[in-house]
Design a protein around this ligand. Structure first.
Ligand SMILES: [Zn+2]
Length: 424
């Protein structure tokens, strides 16, 4: 991929009114462009990050046995009247009318639609347990959208719904999904804590929030420095900030909610009369769970925890490109040929690579690469090429290594060096 063709736009200036570092960096790096308060366009560079997060989430869900579906974003009011939420959800629900004057809304969450879908198909206990999920746009008419994509009116979310025969089954489905979430947050290199939380608008029996640490996070949590157990400070009655599990010291810190999982029980299966025929032939109520991960918010949380004065430092798993090939000068035929060879060789081996072919100084290109947070810069200059080498610089720690390049028939040594570097 050529940098000059990416519609990339970077800025050195911190945009006015941005508090969260992920907000300012995502705009400065040109990953998102504000369209209106709480609404963003994701640029080609930004969308690549979203696509990677989304595909890792999809793979983890598929591996767990969950089934992907797609429900409409715009939903009829009648559906939520049945659960009683239409009247109680409040002003965050974005409402609109169709040409016949019927009331619809843009879904902030989709328990009702998921229940009515499963109800149409469920008859026997043999179909249970089952978990369905979707990845789609959600809407919340926030009174004060803030911190960029952390709290926007439109956001991308993975929402999943589990259906079980009984409470034991629900516990099992919940534990499976909890495992999927912790695995994903580790893949995204996120430091987080899990806290039990109010069930709020969703209703149900029990819920847990996954909270990623961030200095500008809107939530405050008390985290044990010894065992990482965390709780909401309002749940502390205690004089001293001491962990109830291990007596370790509790530390108050800010965090962003990146996931929320619920044991809903029969909160939605009762109003929708979602039942199944048991082994004994009896009609029984289905026990439900629901599980959300904010995909766009995840991008912000990763930036919050992975940045420095120069810009973003992406984990390799979600970087828009893993490698940025930076020729010091494109006027030099040897540098140009070597740059094209490196780009072609990496791409042929399945790596994501961008060649900075812009007619700019090396310094300007380095600054943009650091701001955009590519994990590896491959710098191609005259001096290195005299020894048949290119320089690889690791974004996370500024480590520099010289690596030999070759020809199309002898690319083994170069690719081996790349693999070694990526394993380190
Ligand atoms: Zn503890």
């Amino acid at each position: 991929m050529l940098y000059s063709k990416m519609l990339s736009s970077t800025s050195k200036e911190k945009p006015a009114g941005t508090e969260a570092v992920s907000h300012s960096l995502s705009i400065m790096a040109g990953l998102v462009s504000p369209v209106a308060s709480g609404f963003y366009t994701f640029s080609p560079m930004g969308q690549r990050v979203i696509n990677k997060i989304e595909s890792l989430v999809r793979k983890a869900m598929d591996d767990s046995g969950a089934l992907e579906i797609a429900m409409p974003t715009m939903q009829p009011a009648a559906l939520w009247k049945q659960s009683g939420r239409f009247e109680t959800y409040g002003k965050e629900m974005m409402q609109l009318n169709d040409r016949e004057g019927r009331t619809f809304f843009l879904a902030p969450t989709q328990e009702e639609a998921a229940v009515s879908f499963v109800k149409d198909r469920l008859n026997s206990y043999k179909q249970l347990p089952v978990t369905v999920y979707q990845i789609g746009k959600k809407f919340r008419d926030e009174k004060r959208p803030r911190n960029g994509i952390i709290r926007a009116k439109e956001f991308l979310m993975k929402d999943a719904y589990s259906f079980d025969k009984d409470l034991d089954g629900l516990d099992k489905s919940y534990t499976v999904m909890r495992g999927v979430y912790t695995g994903l947050f580790n893949t995204f290199s996120l430091k987080y804590a899990t806290v039990s939380a109010e069930t709020g608008e969703m209703g149900g029996r029990f819920s847990e929030e996954f909270m990623a640490f961030s200095p500008t996070g809107e939530d405050t949590i008390a985290r044990c420095v010894k065992c990482n157990m965390a709780e909401k400070p309002q749940e502390l009655q205690r004089e001293e900030l001491v962990c109830k599990q291990c007596n370790g010291k509790l530390e108050i810190c800010n965090a962003i909610e990146i996931g929320h999982i619920f044991k809903l029980g029969t909160r939605y299966s009762v109003p929708f009369d979602l039942t199944y025929q048991s082994e004994e032939g009896q009609k029984k109520q289905v026990e439900m769970g629901c599980y959300g991960i904010g995909i766009t918010r995840m991008m912000a949380a990763i930036i919050e925890q992975n940045n420095d004065a120069k810009g973003i430092i992406w984990p390799v798993s979600v970087a828009p490109f893993q490698f940025a090939v930076i020729p010091i000068s494109l006027d030099n035929a040897a540098i140009r040929a070597a740059s094209e060879w490196v780009e072609r060789t990496l791409r042929a081996s399945g790596y994501d690579v961008i060649l900075d072919d812009r007619d700019l100084s090396g310094g300007k290109k380095f600054k943009d690469a650091d701001l955009l947070g590519f994990p590896y810069k491959i710098i191609i200059g005259e001096r290195g090429l005299r020894d048949g080498k290119v320089e690889i610089e690791i974004r996370r720690d500024d480590t520099k290594t010289m690596v030999p390049i070759g020809t199309d028939s002898r690319s083994g040594q170069f690719l081996e060096a790349i693999e070694t570097l990526m394993r380190a």
